[in-house]
Design a protein around this ligand. Structure first.
Ligand SMILES: [Fe+2]
Length: 247
């Protein structure tokens, strides 16, 4: 399985703007939990918020790549059979096209897909325009935990229209487990039912409260999307996003 959304990197290095005290043992523990769950690939997606990063964007871009090398070396040394790939959870911003043209937009596994978090608190009229501009620049947006917009004013961006424009959607396991409330869970189920989901994520932030596991929501995924859906969104489709063979 491929975990498309994971904050393990905060324990490897002190990240600008969102510092957590690094602790490699915690990062290794998270990777072990993922391995026990059947996850072989973790896409590392620390928050990348251009408005807050300001002139630290280039530094953050560099760190989120180098820290993945550090983490993979530590996992190899300890015999943990999980590969971590580079990426970021990029906050929607009018600055994204400019960062992209500077080569500072972190993509998933170094490919063309970018995990983008849409603003939940207020409707951003510019969001659709920015997504379109990025597509013109050759990038492929993957919207992070789209179901969490269930109660947001931005929800009138129709998931089906996004799909028709080639924009993909990622859903969080915890949403399907009901941990973000009923309306978020309902939207996640509807997206699965309508076959609009391209990747599943643990959105893991730590080993205890939000661990990197995907199998706990296997039943919920299959109930909403039918047999074969879980494999499709934890293996086949995410493999195409990160440019790997599935299985
Ligand atoms: Fe996240």
């Amino acid at each position: 399985m491929i975990d498309m959304h994971n904050h393990i990197l905060r324990y490897v290095v002190k990240l600008p703007v969102h510092p957590t005290e690094p602790n490699m043992e915690t990062a290794v523990r998270m990777a072990q939990i993922a391995q026990e769950d059947g996850i072989r690939t973790i896409v590392s997606t620390p928050h990348f918020r251009p408005e807050r990063l300001g002139d630290q964007a280039a530094e953050m871009y560099e760190i989120l790549h180098s820290a993945v090398d550090t983490l993979n070396a530590a996992l190899k040394e300890r015999g943990v059979d999980v590969e971590v790939l580079t990426g970021a959870e990029v906050a929607m911003s009018e600055l994204l096209p400019e960062l992209a043209s500077q080569g500072l937009l972190p993509t998933l596994a170094g490919g063309r897909y970018v995990l983008i978090e849409l603003p939940g608190a207020s409707y951003a009229a510019y969001a659709e325009e920015v997504l379109f501009k990025l597509q013109l620049q050759g990038y492929k947006p993957l919207i992070a935990h789209f179901e969490r917009l269930a109660d947001a004013p931005v929800k009138h961006i129709s998931p089906r229209i996004l799909q028709e424009r080639g924009i993909r959607l990622q859903v969080n396991c915890e949403s399907l487990m009901g941990r973000r409330g009923r309306s978020v869970q309902d939207l996640a189920q509807r997206l699965l039912h309508d076959d609009l989901v391209w990747a599943l994520g643990s959105d893991a932030h730590d080993p205890e409260k939000s661990p990197p596991r995907l199998t706990p929501c296997r039943g919920a995924v299959e109930r909403a999307g039918g047999a074969g859906t879980f494999e499709r969104i934890t293996d086949k489709r995410p493999a195409t996003i990160i440019g790997r063979k599935s299985g």
